[in-house]
Design a protein around this ligand. Structure first.
Ligand SMILES: Nc1nc2c(ncn2[C@@H]2O[C@H](COP(=O)(O)OP(=O)(O)OP(=O)(O)O)[C@@H](O)[C@H]2O)c(=O)[nH]1
Ligand SMILES: [Mg+2]
Length: 285
């Protein structure tokens, strides 16, 4: 189905950038999407960063279900990991970062240095720009915007290194791949957008049926194809021969979901039974 099997050269290059710059930094900020903090987390992050201090930033919290995000922050705290939830568009939630950063011992008089890592499109550059108070790093609503490394000074307290998004060679768990696709972390060209949108519809019918009916005036049911056709019909997406343009409907649904137009939606909740080891284990590569 959504068989995403790829590993372009620049992904390996980014891992190299991270490894090479680790010796220069005091902390690592891993940006994840608050709507799916597990699926958008780099499975081998701890292996990659060795003994460096990790802070998990649940970004795009404005698009996730608040209660679920809160339970994620508690989950991380129980696992002994620092985390905070933020909205990097409106600079909400950043105070907690100052509190966490204050607990990190400084070795020298220079500002603290952090490296910002994460999968594509989770908001790494937007997060840094908010801290730096300027639009220093280029951002955009598709994966692959940041191409190389870039240091940004944020006041005299901290310097952050922006890095391009990384994924892993093979995404084995179908749901992980799908969530990454729903959230726009995987280049569209690599996806069958209609199949991905049908899976998103399946999820919404189960968990957030009202999001579909409110936005598209469709009756949630088990037939996802029918719902996609109804979305096309209601939006007037018709192609030659009077057939519904389901590809256009799929693209619209995915884009509107990614932009939060269907409301605040979380794709996954923490599994309380999971140990920190499970969390860190490289389940998907
Ligand atoms: N609603 C919302 N949108 C956000 C937030 N942070 C970033 N975005 C949007 O998400 C998209 C991706 O942001 P970027 O900062 O370019 O993401 P990135 O992780 O640097 O992406 P790459 O460099 O391509 O890996 C942009 O359209 C941002 O405006 C947030 O907290 N809330
Ligand atoms: Mg970027």
């Amino acid at each position: 189905m959504v068989d995403i099997q790829w590993y372009p050269g620049h992904m390996a290059k980014t891992r190299r950038i991270i490894k090479e710059n680790l010796k220069l930094v005091d902390l690592v900020l891993e940006i994840v999407d608050a709507r799916a903090p597990k699926s958008t987390h780099i499975p081998d992050i701890l292996e990659l960063i060795g003994s460096k201090r990790l802070i998990v930033v649940l970004n795009k919290a404005d698009l996730a279900d608040d209660k679920v995000t809160e339970s994620w922050v508690k989950f991380f705290s129980k696992k002994g990991l620092d985390s905070l939830s933020v909205d990097s568009r409106r600079k909400v939630g950043f105070k907690k970062l100052d509190e966490i950063v204050k607990t990190i011992p400084k070795q020298t008089r220079r500002p603290l240095r952090g490296i910002v890592v994460g999968v594509p499109n989770v908001g790494k550059s937007s997060f840094i720009n908010q801290i730096a108070g300027k639009k220093g790093a280029k951002t955009g609503n598709k994966p692959g915007i940041t191409r190389g490394k870039m240091w940004l000074k944020a006041g005299d307290k901290i310097e952050l290194l922006d890095t391009p998004g990384i994924l892993w060679p093979k995404i084995e768990e179908e749901m992980v791949g799908l969530k990454l696709a729903f959230l726009g972390c995987i280049k569209e060209e690599l996806l069958n957008l209609e199949e991905v949108s049908l899976k998103l519809i399946e999820f919404l019918v189960k968990k957030y049926p009202e999001a579909l009916s409110n936005r598209y005036g469709v009756e949630p049911c088990e037939n996802s194809t029918l719902i996609l056709e109804q979305i096309a019909k209601n939006r007037g997406f018709i192609i030659a021969g009077g057939r519904y343009d389901t590809l256009r409907a799929a693209k619209t649904l995915l884009k509107e979901f990614q932009d939060g137009k269907l409301g605040r939606i979380s794709l996954e909740e923490p599994d309380e039974e999971e140990t920190q080891e499970d969390w860190q284990k490289c389940k998907t590569c």
